[in-house]
Design a protein around this ligand. Structure first.
Ligand code: ADP
Ligand code: ASP
Ligand code: MG
Length: 401
């Protein structure tokens, strides 16, 4: 029958009862003749709780230790789930990331999978076992435990499927991919299909239903991905390569990202060197800068604004202090009441006027924006967080999402 990778998210494995229910679903697949690899997240809110504990010690806890801490969450779920399979009479083995051979590189808490030594997983499958792998974590070149960034169990699952050359099923707390997060717009419509490119763009712009890197890997290795509910038996969404049978709309989806910290640095003495030095400081601390705008020089000064993740606020504060010591007049302001709203669609490549349509909708509804950026298949606007609901309603109804 072949191999299949199934991934169950935090809510799906939130309690032992829920784990028992998903175990029955897995066993059904096994009985159909599949070799099954299961990837699981930490139970319920475990990862958040672990981070909260670390934050009681420091605003900026040591990232190596944070990885060691966060990685414990998934180990609890794999062992419990494997026990459940055994209790139900099915041979199973849980594999921590060391045992599953998932090699990563990069900085702690944001590692990337570079290789998977898949032989061990294959051997266990050949022995008829249900293999349960800890999501979200890896081992780096120094043998240290690492994590893949929030939502990283999706990436573990798709990477394993790529290596095993099999499909990947993602079971979560929504019954598929919608045009917009159904928690933000209750009338949102579920998509039957979405292209890898659109899903990747939506994820990177804030639709956390799938982790961005997982789609990148799926796209590269052509892994068929199916996203569906872990507890309901209803049809989900296929993520696959675009083909002509898929409905072509100008906008396929909207992404909303509240994790936006807007930083404005006023009165920077204008020189290209100063500006590159400022961004150099953020780059060295691995702060990911998103939207950037700069005023034109006035009396030898410019104001620079950019957005980044709220997670990096303490690093922004440190760099702000350094800058004030270097430049007398500089002022650093932070704004956290910002939301980024993005419209995404492959149709934008050929259909002009989408930006104009959004500008008009915002103008008619009195929604002001601070910055706009575009890519080939998306346009993003930063708006005041207080306008979020209005913007989502207006865009979803105009684009029929
Ligand atoms: P899991 O723990 O299973 O990985 P996540 O919380 O990471 O689940 O992802 C599922 C959540 O993604 C949903 O509860 C939903 O609120 C959110 N979400 C965001 N954008 C979308 C979208 N376009 N379609 C469906 N769900 C979305
Ligand atoms: N447990 C990790 C997180 O909450 C990974 C995941 O759920 O995918 O981010
Ligand atoms: Mg997730």
């Amino acid at each position: 029958m072949g191999v299949i990778v199934q991934k169950y998210g935090g809510t799906a494995v939130g309690t032992i009862e829920k784990m028992k229910r998903i175990a029955d679903r897995v066993i059904k697949k096994k009985e159909e003749g599949y070799d099954v690899v299961i990837v699981v997240s930490a139970m319920g809110e475990t990862t958040n709780q672990l981070i909260e504990m670390a934050k009681c010690i420091s605003d900026n806890p040591c990232k190596r230790e944070l990885d060691v801490l966060m990685a414990t969450g998934e180990q609890v779920s794999i062992s419990l789930l494997s026990m459940i399979f055994k209790e139900k009479g099915y041979d199973s083995i849980s594999l921590t990331v060391f045992q599953a051979g998932i090699k990563t590189e990069g900085i702690h808490t944001k590692n990337r999978i570079v290789e998977i030594d898949i032989d061990k997983v294959k051997r266990h499958l050949e022995e008829g076992k249900i293999v349960v792998v800890a999501g979200f974590q890896g081992i780096n070149e120094l043998g240290e435990i690492t994590t893949l960034g929030r939502g990283g169990s999706d990436t573990t699952a798709v990477a394993l499927a790529a290596k095993l050359q099999c499909p990947c099923e993602i079971y979560t707390d929504v019954d598929g991919i919608y045009g917009v997060d159904p928690r933000l717009y209750s009338k949102a419509k579920k998509l039957d299909y979405i292209s890898y490119e659109e899903m990747m763009e939506m994820s990177s712009l804030g639709s956390k239903v799938m982790e961005t890197r997982s789609i990148e890997i799926g796209y590269k290795y052509k892994v068929p991905i199916y996203v569906a509910s872990s507890h309901k038996n209803v049809k989900g969404t296929y993520i696959k390569e675009f083909d002509e049978s898929m409905e072509q709309k100008s906008i396929t989806g909207i992404s909303v990202n509240d994790d936006v910290l807007m930083v404005t640095i006023n009165k920077v003495p204008y020189s290209l060197k100063n500006i590159s030095n400022i961004f150099g400081k953020f780059a060295r601390q691995e702060v990911n800068i998103d939207m950037i705008s700069q005023t034109s020089p006035r009396e030898g000064f410019v104001n620079i604004s950019f957005t980044t993740s709220k997670e990096d606020e303490s690093i922004v504060d440190e760099i702000g202090k350094e800058l004030k010591e270097e430049f007398d007049d500089i002022e650093v302001q932070k704004d956290t009441n910002i939301t980024k709203v993005s419209v995404v669609g492959l149709g934008m490549r050929t259909e002009p006027g989408v930006a104009y349509k959004v500008f008009s909708l915002f103008a008619d509804n009195d929604i002001s924006f601070k910055q706009v950026t575009t890519s080939e298949i998306s346009i993003s606007y930063t708006i005041n967080a207080s306008d979020k609901e209005k913007a989502v309603n207006v865009l979803c109804s105009a684009f029929n999402l």
